[in-house]
Design a binder for this molecule. Structure first.
Ligand code: ATP
Ligand code: MG
Length: 401
């Protein structure tokens, strides 16, 4: 085995020494043959999850119901999954019964797309019963077996297919596409968390417009929450030219809301059961976007966006307003702000209390801090103790009349 799989070799050797088989599978093998950087390494084995847990000292049972154990080794982690087939999906969330099987070929046959159904052993021997390598070469996303059957088993695969279009820039096989046209309504039975996860991934990859185009020709948008009730939303979304991947799924929900501000952020967030991390980013971007629409890219607006969100904000205005701004220019404006956060103020609330020992503590302290902060950002006041103190004393004197 060579790079990039070298780190997995000791794990595979250990399994084999115990008399088990082990194969590299999934996205890493696909990306390797597509000459792309690989992500997480998945290993398939005929050892049961319990056996995997017994063999390796450091494991986490991340998906034990599906036969998946995470193995930690030398600072890397590997998902080891027992060969399995899948039973019926009675609730369209999880297969109702997972049966472990003896043969890697059966395991490959339950996988979604041919390009994801290639296995490689540690000597570099390849098992490719569904001609995934040919489809990789022709850049085609095609289901393993009948698309109608595979999508009926797990409708999420339709959305995964579109996500892989965005990820790889491949074409969708025409039978596969046709099946989505017929079956997209089955997506309504899928748990919204799985949908949100795949849609979010779609937007963090590169070929977003190609993927949206397939959503459009298959009418899949008619089976996606909120888009199904408001056709104009998807029409608007399609007109946006996504020339690069979004760095964070939060931008996606900010865009969804801004396509039609009559549909509240709350509605998007609740319907799609957005994770806290994504929700916070979306709300922050939307609030600053609204401020920016009102006031332009003023210093207080740039300050409020903050460094951590600056690139995301830059992407957002580039997409929605076609603003022709270089990121470096925006970053430069940020770097030149007199302060970057409230922690940079040379004073804090305690100073106000010290300056006015007879004054009752209360809301005025926060209000004063806000005003001082604002004046410093706009460079109407310097971040200097004496200057701040005399300004505040002026205010107090005026208040007292
Ligand atoms: P990525 O590079 O985004 O991780 P991936 O192909 O590894 O892509 P995962 O979601 O990590 O995608 O899944 C790992 C593998 O498990 C897939 O390559 C595929 O073989 C199989 N798989 C995942 N989800 C499904 C599904 N819903 N139906 C069938 N097979 C699936
Ligand atoms: Mg993966």
């Amino acid at each position: 085995l060579s790079e990039p799989f070298l780190q997995a070799e000791p794990i595979m050797i250990t399994l084999e020494e115990r008399g088990y088989e082990s194969f590299l599978v999934g996205g890493a093998v696909r990306d390797f043959f597509a000459n792309r950087p690989i992500g997480d390494i998945d290993i398939a084995t005929n050892a049961t999850p319990e056996e995997v847990q017994r063999i390796f000292p450091r494991t986490v049972p991340v998906g034990i119901d599906h036969g998946t154990i995470l193995v930690l080794h030398n600072g890397f982690s590997f998902e080891i999954t027992t060969y399995r087939t899948e039973g019926e999906y009675d609730d369209y969330r999880h297969p109702s019964d997972v049966s472990f099987v003896k043969d890697i070929k059966l395991d490959l046959s339950r996988r979604d797309f041919t390009i994801n159904a290639i296995a490689m052993d540690r000597h570099g021997n390849v098992l490719d019963p569904f001609d995934g390598k040919i489809d990789l070469e022709n850049q085609i996303i095609k289901t393993v077996g009948s698309p109608n059957e595979r999508f009926s088993e797990d409708p999420l695969r339709m959305l995964r297919g579109v996500r892989f279009v965005s990820q790889l820039g491949f074409q969708m096989d025409s039978d596969t596409e046709q099946a989505i046209k017929q079956l997209h309504r089955l997506l309504q039975r899928i748990s919204v968390e799985r949908i949100t996860d795949e849609i979010s991934k779609l937007f963090t990859h590169h070929y977003i417009n190609s993927a949206l185009n397939i959503v459009s020709v298959t009418n899949m948008d008619r089976s996606l929450p909120i888009f199904d009730e408001q056709e104009h939303l998807f029409e608007k979304l399609k007109t946006i030219k996504f020339h690069e991947s979004l760095n964070h799924a939060g931008i996606m929900f900010a865009i969804f809301h801004l396509l039609d501000p009559n549909i509240s952020v709350q509605k998007w967030i609740k319907t799609y059961k957005v994770s806290n991390r994504i929700r916070r980013k979306a709300l922050h971007l939307i609030n600053n976007y609204n401020d920016y629409q009102e006031k332009g890219l003023t210093k207080p607006v740039i300050y409020s966006i903050g460094k951590d969100h600056l690139y995301d904000f830059y992407q957002l205005i580039g997409l929605l307003d076609l603003v022709n701004l270089k990121f470096n220019v925006l970053l430069d404006s940020y770097e030149h702000l007199p302060i970057k956060s409230r922690d940079d103020l040379v004073i804090n609330g305690q100073d106000f209390i010290n300056w006015f020992p007879n004054e009752k503590k209360g809301k005025w302290i926060g209000d004063y801090l806000d005003q001082i902060e604002k004046l410093i950002i706009t460079e109407e006041l310097r971040n200097n103790r004496d200057e701040i103190e005399s300004r505040v004393r002026e205010w107090k004197a005026r208040e007292r009349g």
